[in-house]
Design a binder for this molecule. Structure first.
Ligand code: CUA
Length: 191
């Protein structure tokens, strides 16, 4: 009979086989590589928008966006205001069930401070065809320095499932400019 003091019979206390130790070491080493890759790729990968983000009251964000629209609106398209802000200014985009609000008209080669947030659920800002993706949460605001490098019409889709109207949640960004530059839109990430 055994107790908590006396170990039960078995084989579990025998030293691990060399092969098992080797595999544990390989798995641990690979974990460390992946762990190191997270900060490394964040800084060197040039793909993660690492601008400012902070908490924001959705109603306050809505008010700032409405003020932005009131200041620079140049038209309306399908019921959505079209806004042409001056170069270098703060620009706002709201994601909500189920639209991107408003439509932005930007100038090629100019930088803007792009603020984005949601008023209700989680949405996924996805700028096409350049494929720039930003997670959009209610209560959180992303601020990213955005410099369009090519003129044209860009589509915004929602790539985070947000209910029955998810597939219809589309928006637009127009980029005006005379000459075509190389490459797509570039995120300067505020560094
Ligand atoms: Cu918004 Cu899907």
């Amino acid at each position: 009979m055994h107790s908590g003091i006396e170990s039960p019979p078995g084989v579990w206390w025998k030293p691990a086989h060399r092969a098992e130790k080797l595999w544990v070491a390989v798995a641990f080493g690979w974990c460390m590589v992946l762990f190191a890759m997270m900060p490394f790729w964040h800084l060197k990968g040039g793909q993660n928008p690492s601008g400012v983000r902070h908490t924001v009251d959705p109603q306050a964000f809505m008010a700032r966006t409405q003020e932005f629209i009131n200041s620079y609106q140049v038209g309306t398209e399908g019921g959505i205001p079209v806004v042409e802000p001056p170069a270098g200014s703060d620009i706002y985009l709201i994601g909500r069930l189920w639209q991107w609000w408003p439509i932005l008209e930007l100038e090629r080669g100019q930088s803007y401070r792009f603020h984005i947030s949601s008023l209700d659920w989680q949405h996924g800002f996805s700028l096409q065809p350049v494929n720039i993706n930003i997670q959009v949460h209610p209560g959180y605001e992303h601020v990213i320095t955005l410099t369009p490098t090519q003129a044209g019409e860009y589509g915004i889709i929602c790539n985070e499932f947000c209910g029955i109207g998810h597939h219809m949640m589309t928006g637009k960004i127009y980029v005006t400019g005379q000459r075509q530059a190389e490459g797509g839109a570039r995120l300067a990430e505020g560094r």
